[in-house]
Ligand binder design. Structure first.
Ligand SMILES: [Zn+2]
Ligand SMILES: [Zn+2]
Length: 270
């Protein structure tokens, strides 16, 4: 396959935390020299009664897909646009997650954990005292997601690093190798991949999620499936940090990056 650069993690106005039009994200991708993108709007799952105020609906995702159909017409010949989604902690509501996957056809699904037991990781205060327990709990949820989730690649494996770094606390997931290893082995066994999320480069963590050391560990265990995503919520971040992400992928031993159509991976060389 010829050289492709694909941004496989971004959000537009179908996510509650983005106001960007899908057309703007597509135009930014063309401007950044990308050949392919996946719009991966949020769909969060909650234990009954928790966080019930956010509008995550099948109707919203259908509307996203209609908007992406219009984008495909507008950007035909310039940009390949895939229907994506980022599902958050689907294990909290497995029946609703299964219904979503039955009702809406996606090209690419990111499986993430943003919240645990009523705690929004982005709104949590991190201290030296609570970090070890929170990381362990987060890795426990990622393990369940890896074992049971219907997704293609696991999103931002060390998301706590991003949020804790923004509060001046450094976290290295390799300090939890015993918990990380079974997650990576489960992903490999189930044919699922990891993403390199470049949002950490734009924030205080100043490195990709996960770090090159974790990616190297994944590769050593036999991991082969890797995507790159900016996690952009606005046009100016589309494709951000990709030069560095490619260096990180190569340093970890990867020679190819995955893209997806109808949930099937294909690979391009880097
Ligand atoms: Zn996310
Ligand atoms: Zn995201």
């Amino acid at each position: 396959m010829s050289r492709i650069l694909a941004d496989y993690h971004m959000h537009c106005r179908f996510s509650p935390d983005s106001r960007s039009a899908p057309e703007e994200m597509c135009a930014a991708a063309v401007k950044a020299g990308l050949a392919e993108i996946a719009l991966t709007d949020h769909f969060e799952f909650f234990p009954p009664g928790k966080f019930a105020d956010k509008p995550y609906t099948i109707a919203n995702m259908r509307e996203q897909q209609r908007a992406l159909d219009r984008c495909r017409e507008k950007f035909a010949g310039k940009l390949v646009i895939r229907n994506g989604i980022e599902v958050g902690q689907p294990q909290c509501s497995p029946d609703a997650a299964a219904e979503l996957m039955r009702e809406v056809a996606f090209d690419y699904v990111i499986g993430s954990v943003h919240k645990m037991n009523g705690l929004d990781l982005g709104l949590t205060e991190y201290t030296d005292e609570n970090i070890p327990a929170l990381v362990k709990q987060n890795l426990g949820m990622l393990q369940v997601l890896a074992e049971t989730g219907d997704f293609d690649c696991m999103g931002h494996l060390d998301i706590i690093k991003r949020y804790a770094a923004n509060q001046g606390k450094q976290i290295d997931l390799m300090g939890w190798k015993d918990e990380v290893e079974p997650i990576l082995r489960t992903l490999i066994r189930r044919g699922k991949g990891l993403e390199i999320n470049t949002s950490g480069l734009r924030q205080s963590a100043r490195e990709t999620l996960p770090s090159v050391a974790v990616l190297q560990f994944y590769r050593e265990l036999g991991g082969e499936v890797l995507t790159i995503g900016s996690d952009a919520h606005r046009p100016e971040d589309v494709g951000a940090g990709f030069d560095e992400a490619l260096l990180v992928a190569k340093a970890a031993g990867f020679r190819q990056i995955a893209v997806y159509e109808k949930r099937q991976p294909r690979f391009y060389g880097v």
